[in-house]
Design a protein around this ligand. Structure first.
Ligand code: DC
Length: 224
């Protein structure tokens, strides 16, 4: 069984994907990792992320194992890692060079310890449209900009990072605008995606709703 979760930033894709991976014993592929890996490798090699040819060379040589190694670096999830990932993810050549690696995971999904899984759950903005267009279930998870800003604001506060709600909201709105109008992988739902608006739902309510949908598809399609 292959499940994809697309949607805008801070809509709760990652939280839902991790929960569903556990619940249905699926291997989890956080596809942002491929762009983070390319961005970090460029940083480590002292390459400028504005250099698209260099980014493409790094992307072409990236293996799953190398990506997992790079993910151990503290900068992988750090602010610079995120910024670099965002820059390289906008290069169409980089995206197409990283496509096969992402698609191959669905053919042989593995858990973190390398043991085989019966299926995979993909998290990322183009997983239902480009990476796995034939996925069994596609979710498009959304929430209003205000709700997403509030969630992100609370995360910052919990981490002790001083910030302003209005600033966070403005940031989310600009990112939505950039993401939906950019030429490489613009944010859009697959025509057959199931929309899940999480604005008025708790995490638990979102999880219950997603499970109901998955269970009904499993019984209809007789998926394992
Ligand atoms: O989800 P994340 O923050 O780890 O993603 C890192 C960057 O990669 C972010 O700018 C979004 C981008 N990305 C993408 O373009 N396509 C995906 N399928 C996943 C992430």
């Amino acid at each position: 069984m292959i499940i994809t979760i697309d949607g805008p930033a801070s809509a709760g894709k990652g939280t839902l994907a991790s929960y569903l991976a556990d619940r249905y014993h699926l291997a989890y592929f956080d596809t942002g990792m491929v762009y983070r890996a390319v961005g970090l490798e460029m940083l480590l090699q002292g390459l400028d992320t504005a250099n698209e040819d260099a980014a493409a060379a790094i992307a072409g040589a990236l293996t799953f194992q190398k990506m997992m190694e790079l993910s151990q670096n503290p900068e992988f999830r750090g602010p610079q890692g995120g910024k670099n990932a965002s820059i390289v993810s906008a290069y169409p050549r980089v995206r197409s060079l990283l496509l096969k690696m992402q698609q191959d995971f669905a053919l042989h999904p593995v858990f973190k310890d390398g043991s085989p899984a019966n299926g995979a759950i993909y998290d990322g903005r183009d997983t239902g449209t480009v990476v796995c267009p034939d996925a069994d279930i596609k979710f498009f998870v959304t929430a209003s900009a205000e709700v997403r800003a509030e969630r992100r604001y609370k995360e910052f506060v919990a981490k002790g990072i001083k910030t302003d709600y209005q600033e966070v909201l403005q940031d989310i709105k600009s990112r939505d605008e950039r993401d939906s109008t950019r030429s490489a992988a613009p944010l859009r739902a697959a025509p057959d995606a199931i929309h899940l608006d999480t604005s008025d739902l708790s995490i638990e309510e979102v999880e219950v709703k997603a499970c109901e949908i998955i269970d009904s598809v499993i019984s209809r399609k007789k998926l394992a």
